[in-house]
Ligand binder design. Structure first.
Ligand SMILES: Nc1cc(-c2cccs2)n[nH]1
Length: 241
């Protein structure tokens, strides 16, 4: 099945990058279909206006609802369809997680709505919720100028999980946050040369002893996770199973 991805933005050129690398290949082999749209194509004034001052006062500008509604009508349609996932990146969204990426990787359609300015008129999100499956997601506790970079990051996290996308799906199993890692951070990786600028690959990895190697890797994952992401550890991690 082909996943259709749509991007609504006043800077659609951000998404030209999706034509290269793995994503470009996936588009070529029909795994994903990418469509970027300029929100200003759904304005009707000479200045192609997409924003206005906030009701109730305050600094900055808010994106008007009208262009979004007309773009939705043309791009998605006017009938409700819960199989369409509409994503609004936002600093006030729910944290985007690997499990969310996993769920979205089976979607048939995903529409990314990239806000700029101070944000989008809230009725756009309310309307979208009445029609489709909406996700307001945050990439982290920092503020970007717009949703485009977030949409690219979410796209990469999702598309790489689409069956048939990754050459070697086994590599997905051992990544950080993957179920195969029990939600632990990935252990440190090494390759040749064994000695490099006075720094050596840990001997255990050269021992050929698979049991010891697996234990070293698990211990490293637990150590790293406890050090860097105590929020990911529950009381059990400290104790080897
Ligand atoms: N996590 C996150 C999202 C954002 C956005 C800013 C503007 C649109 S989306 N900032 N930080």
């Amino acid at each position: 099945m082909t996943m259709r991805l749509d991007y609504l933005s006043i800077f659609p050129a951000y998404f030209d990058v999706l034509d290269i690398s793995l994503l470009g290949k996936a588009a070529v082999n029909g795994l994903v279909e990418v469509h970027a749209h300029d929100l200003r194509d759904w304005t009707h004034d000479r200045h192609r206006t997409v924003d206005d001052t906030p009701c109730g006062g305050g600094a900055g500008m808010v994106m008007k609802p009208d262009p979004w509604g007309e773009a939705f009508d043309e791009i998605i349609g006017t009938e409700p369809d819960s199989s369409v996932h509409v994503i609004f990146p936002s600093p006030s969204g729910a944290p985007f997680t690997q499990s969310a990426a996993q769920e979205l990787s089976s979607a048939v359609r995903i529409v990314f709505c990239c806000g700029r300015y101070e944000g989008i008129d809230h009725r756009v999100i309310d309307y979208a919720r009445s029609m489709w499956t909406v996700h307001e997601v945050s990439l982290g506790d920092y503020v970007l100028n717009g949703g485009e970079v977030a949409a690219l990051a979410i796209t990469e996290a999702v598309v790489r999980l689409v069956p048939g996308f990754m050459g070697n799906p086994e590599s997905l199993a051992e990544e950080s946050f993957s179920a195969g890692q029990d939600g632990l951070l990935e252990y440190p990786l090494f390759t040749r040369p064994v000695s490099w600028r006075g720094l050596d690959v840990p001997e255990v990895l050269m021992s050929g002893h698979h049991g010891r190697i697996a234990k070293w890797r698990r211990d490293e994952s637990v150590r790293l996770t406890c050090e860097r992401r105590p929020d990911l550890t529950d009381s059990d991690f400290g104790v080897p199973h």
